[in-house]
Design a protein around this ligand. Structure first.
Ligand code: FAD
Length: 485
């Protein structure tokens, strides 16, 4: 396995396999399929989005058919100390949707999405993808604020925040979580909302997979009409040109209205050209922005500085329906399944001059089309709430920035990870104190707590809630809050 210790998905405890008779009992009693290495579908089923974790071989995959199956699995496995990975959409960069030697509780068949109260609330199965959520809300011309790539799982995304085109207007996905059905560490099924067990709801709003298995999420939805999308691609010659674009991005985004969200990315055009302009090997800086619920004129006014900056090779504004916008990044290299991915990022309160100089220099020095830098705006409605309002943290951040490796070959992995880690260090200059856990490989417990923000009182609360809901750390294949600490 090429992953380093720091990136291995089995953290929190040594791998512990389930007793064979227990798997046989689950096979006999569960409505869903129990898939072991001897069964058809195992090879395909054990793999997740990130091919870095292809070597991980769970002893069994439990394809739960309903929440009773999930509860049965937790009741059976928890007392045995079997290593349990819970999988929603299987997209976590750190490989938490699988494990080596333990058991995967896979919610991939719990994908139903129901709309209630004239579409103002969405009831979403714990294994649904963003595509299913967006497709179900679209006929009502409404949306849940979610991420930007349609195959991502709603579960992992929401449990660690959930940022996308609507977050600056309406907050993180987890800020719009009204209630949840949860299988707790002792196998009970509970429904939590603001009245019943508000503490557990607080923890689910950003605390990751630490507190139980969510079988259903209940979200607030918002009316969303046409979105104006701006794109500008610059084939750059030198670091100075990248610096100019980064400075522009910093100054322009400082004044952006909440309806607008903007990303900047630096990458090398792949030999097959991918979806970028230019030839293989050229460095391209892309600016991508969306203005929600805006007329063409309003969109043009907001996007004009970005579309007119410098001399882009491509520069355009396109009106789109939200559902279409939610698919435009599906074919990007960063979203491609089956590459060996690694990512290290930082939440930023500012983009300093020193960071800009470093990012620009590294931009001209990207090792290959297998690496990229990207940064997006946060703030807006995310920052309206306080650090103690939910488990999710670092609400004062204005940007999320980071480097990613998308290696095609094993040889690219070790040097690529090293390069990403070295490049990330310059971002610490403007750090809000931690990272956005959804865009991060495995992290130490102290960095997990740093990234959940707040002060000692918040750390105490997170630990107390973990001790109350999962004292034996049954749910530990995640950005773990150690109950014993
Ligand atoms: C291509 C791509 C695009 C992305 N785009 C965005 C984006 O736009 N915005 C954003 O915020 N993030 C984005 N992400 C990050 C994404 O939000 C996280 O990777 C998230 O964890 C994915 O959720 P999942 O259910 O697919 O992952 P999984 O790997 O299945 O699970 C992730 C974590 O959640 C836990 N978990 C999963 N399901 C449940 C459940 N039902 N109950 C309890 N715990 C559960 C798992 O145990 C694990 O710890 C993107 C990731 C990728 C790979």
């Amino acid at each position: 396995m090429s992953m380093t210790d720091q990136d291995a998905p089995n953290h929190g405890a040594a791998a512990s396999a389930p007793p064979a008779e227990l798997i046989a009992k689950l096979r006999a009693e569960m409505r869903g399929a129990v898939i072991t290495p001897a069964d058809r579908g195992y090879e395909e089923g054990r793999k997740i989005w990130n091919a870095m974790f292809d070597p991980a071989c769970p002893a069994a995959l439990l394809r739960c058919a309903d929440e009773e199956d999930v509860a049965m699995a937790v009741r059976a496995l928890a007392p045995t100390d079997t290593l349990i990975a819970v999988r929603g959409g299987g997209h976590h960069i750190a490989g938490y949707g699988t494990c080596d030697g333990g058991v995967v509780i896979d919610l991939g068949d719990l994908r139903d999405v129901q709309l209630a109260e004239e579409g103002s609330r969405a009831l979403v199965g714990g294994g649904a993808t963003l595509h299913e959520v967006d497709t179900a809300t679209d006929p009502y011309r409404r949306s849940v604020p979610v991420g930007v790539v349609s195959e991502t799982g709603i579960a992992g995304l929401t449990l660690s925040g959930g940022m996308g085109w609507l977050s600056r207007l309406y907050g993180y996905s987890c800020d719009n979580l009204l209630a949840a059905r949860v299988v707790t560490a002792d196998g009970e099924i509970v429904r939590v909302d603001e009245e019943r067990d508000a503490d557990l709801l607080w923890a689910l709003r950003g605390g990751g997979g630490n507190f139980g298995v969510v079988t259903e999420f209940e979200f607030r939805t918002y009316p969303v009409d046409v979105v104006q999308v701006g794109e500008a691609y610059h084939l750059v010659k030198d670091a100075e040109e990248i610096e100019d674009l980064l400075r522009f991005y910093r100054d322009w985004t400082a004044e952006l209205p909440r309806a607008a969200t903007a990303w900047i990315g630096i990458e090398v055009v792949a030999d097959d050209n991918g979806d970028l302009p230019g030839r293989g090997g050229q460095v391209v800086v892309g600016l991508l922005a969306a203005v929600v619920d805006a007329s063409e004129e309003d969109g043009a006014r907001i996007l004009a500085p970005m579309l007119g900056q410098g001399s882009p090779t491509v520069s355009r504004q396109t009106p789109m329906r939200m559902l279409d916008l939610q698919h435009i990044q599906d074919d990007s290299r960063a979203a491609a399944k089956g590459l060996r991915d690694y990512m290290k990022g930082e939440m930023l309160v500012e983009i300093t001059d020193a960071a800009i100089a470093d990012i620009a220099a590294r931009g001209m020095d990207l090792p290959s089309a297998a690496s990229l830098f990207e940064m997006g705006t946060v703030g807006g409605a995310i920052s309206d709430r306080g650090e103690m309002d939910a488990a999710v943290g670092l609400r004062n951040a204005r940007y999320m920035g980071g480097y990613a490796l998308m290696a095609e070959t094993e040889e690219q992995v070790e040097p690529g990870i090293e390069w990403v880690r070295a490049a990330w260090r310059a971002l610490l200059d403007g750090s809000a104190g931690g990272t956005y856990l959804n865009f991060s490989g495995d992290e130490s417990s102290s960095r997990v707590l740093d990234s959940l923000g707040g002060d000692d009182a918040k750390r105490r609360r997170l630990r107390e809630l973990k001790r109350r809901h999962d004292p034996r750390n049954v749910f530990r294949v995640n950005h773990n809050i150690d109950p014993a600490a």
